[in-house]
Design a protein around this ligand. Structure first.
Ligand code: 16G
Ligand code: MG
Length: 545
């Protein structure tokens, strides 16, 4: 076959370093950019096969999210804008790791196993973030796509969620929106303007938001979007990439883990700020109070705000829709308690990683999912969207019901349902605060986070740690869970768990308790238990204080 000759020729331009083994993990392949050229080429080919198999457009995004500038990565996007289906993650790993001379055999193996018709047309969308290696690496993806004879659209610089959105629009024949950046901005911004236009409680300072763009793609895309907002929201962008380094001492991950403001942002007490991560699929909010104290409003608080708003609107609209919030083990205990006891919504806990949360959220009429680190969105079932639409068009209902139904419709349109989207989530949060006339302090006060600490421990092989119950219990190595249980008992309102990271060669430790000192001490003691029972390497973890 002509394609295979082309594959052979091109694969010599993108050779695999012999012996290198990489794995398609929770967020695709991610490592130092120098090791990724062959991976990109091969993922371009795999996307083409996936497109032929599904008879739909597939996306390939070149990014390493919140990782340092010298890293890069790639992930594939399935037809409805979702993460690549797990069965194909295995093909991705297989194809990535075969040596040069076995490449064709591996390709043919996938083609055979999946009964792919090579005569079927294919279409692949490609996007990239602002890393200096991204241009070269996305070209390698393009070479792979072309080698197997697929159609191609290169969107160039886009956020990860924007590319997910484009793929979904394309495969729903425009029902979800237009597969262009202009279409994306105008859908989101029109919905935002509709949500805020009758917000009688909105104050002037509520029309101003400070955004830390992590020196990445999010900053660029916010600038592009500004004109579509028609002055309905003033945006001050910091860390826009003109000076600082990508994700360096800034961005959502830095702010969440360090629990402090990013460098490069100048704000006054009470100003409402948010940070995106390097590919703009995460967002966290924060402010400093009059004493200069930093307050973080993370994914849990965002989920709480959004779900309470949706509950209020569905009740006002007289709609009986089941709302659930999906979290992970990292969710602050206070947020879970608030959601279950005060808000009375269903709460589910899944393993870390967007695909798990997304999947669980699909089971409800309205599924709000957020990781504490700020990745999340809202999913509406087809039936729920239909009920909301009918209610909004119903001529026989009172004004209050009508207004609520119309607000719900705009809420659906401001959300990117394909994946967590920092830009869309920001617009939704801004709209809710505007409609409610709520300050960031009032939002923060809906519950108080339990003090918490995250640490990491280096071990010789992190796979010795196995977990169950959505990562909240360790089943191996022997004795570790018992050790954690007895340490937790020493503190008040305490909870702790450990899990092997999916993106870094470390074991992660999380602890929360009634005071910061207790959370820190517990996190340290659990780190020591991991070090001793799970084969720690290097120095023993030292206490934080
Ligand atoms: C990836 C995941 C994110 C998760 C994080 C955990 C996706 C798209 N991203 O970034 O959801 O929170 O990994 O990292 O699934 P860790 O396993 O290193 O703690
Ligand atoms: Mg990201």
């Amino acid at each position: 076959m002509a394609h295979f000759e082309e594959v052979l020729k091109q694969s010599n331009v993108h050779p695999k370093p012999a012996g290198l083994v990489l794995q398609y993990g929770t967020a695709g392949f991610r490592t130092n950019a120098k090791q990724l050229d062959h991976i990109m080429f091969r993922m371009g080919m795999l996307a083409t096969l996936r497109s032929k198999k599904t008879k739909a457009t597939i996306g390939v995004m070149v990014t390493a999210s919140h990782n340092p500038e010298e890293d890069n990565g790639v992930k594939l996007i399935d037809p409805m804008g979702e993460m690549l289906t797990p069965a194909w993650e295995d093909y991705a790993t297989q194809l990535a790791n075969v040596e040069q001379e076995e490449l064709l055999t591996s390709l043919k193996d996938i083609i055979e196993k999946e009964a792919i018709q090579m005569s079927q047309e294919a279409n692949v969308f490609v996007g990239k973030d602002t890393r200096s290696s991204s241009a070269r690496l996305s070209q390698a993806v393009v070479d792979g796509v072309i080698a197997l004879g697929s159609q191609l659209k290169d969107y160039g610089l886009v956020t990860t969620p924007q590319l997910h959105y484009m793929v979904c629009c394309q495969n729903t024949q425009g029902k979800y929106g237009e597969a262009t950046l202009k279409g994306y901005y105008s859908k989101l911004c029109q919905a935002f303007i509709h949500l805020t236009k009758n917000a009688s409680n909105r104050t002037d300072d509520q029309k101003h938001i400070y955004v830390d763009g992590a020196n990445g793609i999010g900053a660029l895309k916010m600038r592009e979007m500004e004109s579509h907002l028609k002055n309905d929201l003033r945006i001050s962008i910091f860390n826009d990439g003109s000076r600082g380094k990508l994700n360096h001492e800034c961005g959502a991950d830095f702010v969440k883990v360090q629990q402090k403001p990013p460098t490069g942002i100048k704000i006054n007490s009470g100003d409402r700020c948010c940070s995106f991560d390097g590919d703009a699929d995460r967002i966290v909010y924060y402010y400093t109070d009059s004493q200069g104290l930093f307050h973080l409003l993370d994914g849990d608080k965002i989920a709480s705000l959004i779900s309470s708003f949706l509950k209020e609107l569905t009740t006002q609209a007289g709609l009986d829709l089941v709302i659930a919030v999906v979290q992970t083990a990292y969710a602050n205990g206070s947020s879970t308690r608030y959601l279950e006891d005060t808000m009375k919504v269903i709460v589910r806990c899944t393993k870390t990683g967007v695909k798990h949360l997304h999947h669980a959220a699909q089971e409800f009429d309205i599924g709000v999912y957020f990781e504490a680190n700020g990745h999340g969105t809202v999913l509406f079932s087809k039936a729920a969207e239909e009920k909301i639409r009918q209610r909004a068009e119903d001529a026989n209902i009172n004004d209050e019901m009508k207004k609520a139904a119309l607000l719900l419709q705009s809420t659906i349109n401001v959300i990117n349902q394909t994946v967590g989207d920092a830009i869309a989530d920001m617009l939704l949060v801004e709209a809710i605060l505007a409609v409610r006339g709520m300050t960031v302090k009032q939002w923060d006060a809906i519950y108080s986070d339990l003090p918490n600490r995250q640490l990491k421990v280096k071990v010789s092989d992190r796979r010795v740690i196995d977990t169950t119950d959505a990562e909240r219990q360790a089943v191996s190595p022997a004795g570790l869970q018992e050790a954690i249980d007895s340490l937790v008992k020493k503190y008040r309102q305490a909870r702790s768990f450990v899990r092997p990271s999916g993106t870094e060669d470390v074991v992660r430790v999380y602890a929360e308790a009634d005071t910061q000192e207790s959370a820190d001490a517990l996190a340290h003691e659990v780190s020591l238990a991991v070090y001793r029972l799970a084969g720690g390497v290097g120095h023993e973890p030292k206490p934080l204080h």
